[in-house]
Design a binder for this molecule. Structure first.
Ligand SMILES: Nc1ncnc2c1ncn2[C@@H]1O[C@H](COP(=O)(O)OP(=O)(O)OP(=O)(O)O)[C@@H](O)[C@H]1O
Ligand SMILES: [Mg+2]
Length: 322
């Protein structure tokens, strides 16, 4: 979660202010505060309608990921039978409730899978927009969190917290400046999750940051991983949808692209398509092995440089591996 810092006087250490802490000016100026209170609650999310292209079948996933997703969906489908046979309502009274956590590296298909699930359930996806939820006015963030759940209920939507670690990370120790307001927001979120009788999907790259209180509310944790060689081969085929114009050895590409995610392979393919479509006559547009290999090298180089920079920064701030 982004924070601002405030240095009250020269000697005092810098303290962190959460983004929802109103500035003194905003609070003390009654006219500004009244004007703010009269404003309607803004839209705090985006209603997305999944499309046929988001079908779960079009995702290339590890077998256990697919199995876990389908098991979650099946549990929702057969809820009436589960109730009849197992008297499930006695231990889990909210029929449609299901909180799923998709975690894993970037570009492995977490967001796409959320859209696929919404499509399968025949519901829209209500994607929470954190920049609208987090308010500088005390008390407003909690109001916005409630508004997000209300909107999902109103639209009978799957509630989607994409890249959720910014909102769902650990509580702040009491005693720290503004911890009360942050923890109130957390508590409000947990209460709303408890009351919500529908499907919630949260995704993250930083699973370890989740608040333990959230963790215990999640029914299924599904770990997305980078694709193996045979999946990478399929990903190239998927992302080069006009095979007549592609002259490439997918087995070789799959080997060369070790370590790349589905999202990386999408970028490789799109960039190779762009590079292969420069001739004035579209009849001559082609994607070749050479173009694809060049794009793979570029993505790998960028990723290696990025992790090199991250390593340098860690050393600079004295990072000690645990
Ligand atoms: N497993 C996959 N199967 C098919 N396509 C994939 C897969 N993973 C990624 N892609 C492609 O990459 C794009 C980006 O993936 P997506 O946004 O779902 O990744 P993500 O896991 O949510 O990443 P991030 O953690 O960065 O948000 C998708 O729209 C899709 O085209
Ligand atoms: Mg995502």
């Amino acid at each position: 979660m982004p924070t601002r810092t405030l240095n009250r006087n020269a000697e005092a250490p810098e303290i962190e202010l959460p983004p929802d802490a109103a500035t003194a000016d905003d609070h003390r100026n009654p006219r500004r505060r009244r004007r703010h209170e009269e404003e309607p609650i803004p839209d705090v999310g985006l209603l997305l309608q999944p499309e046929p292209r988001h079908e779960l079948d079009k995702l290339i996933l590890h077998a256990e990921v697919k199995t876990d997703i389908l098991a979650g969906l099946r549990a929702l489908e057969i809820r009436a039978d589960l109730d009849r046979i197992w008297n499930l309502s006695a231990i889990q009274p909210q029929e449609g409730k299901c909180i799923l956590n998709f975690y894993g590296p970037p570009g492995t298909g977490k967001t796409r899978a959320a859209l696929g699930i919404a499509l399968k359930l025949g519901k829209p996806l209500y994607q929470v927009d954190y920049s609208s939820v987090i308010s500088k006015y005390l008390g407003d963030t909690a109001k916005h969190i409630k508004a997000a759940f209300a909107a999902a209920r109103e639209h009978d939507a799957v509630l989607f917290f994409d890249e959720a670690d910014s909102l769902l990370s650990k509580r702040v120790a009491t005693g720290e400046s503004c911890s009360t307001s942050i923890n109130q927001n957390r508590n409000c979120l947990m209460q709303e999750l408890d009351r919500f009788d529908g499907v919630v999907i949260v995704t993250t790259n930083l699973f370890e940051n989740y608040d333990p209180a959230l963790l215990r509310r999640i029914q299924r944790h599904i770990k997305f991983r980078n694709p193996d060689a045979s999946m990478r081969r399929e990903l190239f085929a998927l992302h080069l949808p006009n095979p007549d114009r592609v002259k490439a050895d997918y087995a070789v590409l799959a080997e060369l692209s070790r370590g790349l995610s589905g999202g990386d392979i999408l970028n490789v393919c799109v960039n190779a398509i762009h590079a292969g479509s420069t001739d004035a006559d579209p009849a001559n547009w082609r994607v070749t092995q050479e173009l694809l290999e060049r794009e793979i090298r570029k993505v790998k180089k960028a990723k290696a440089e990025h992790s090199g920079e991250k390593g340098k920064n860690r050393r600079r701030i004295g990072f000690q591996p645990s």
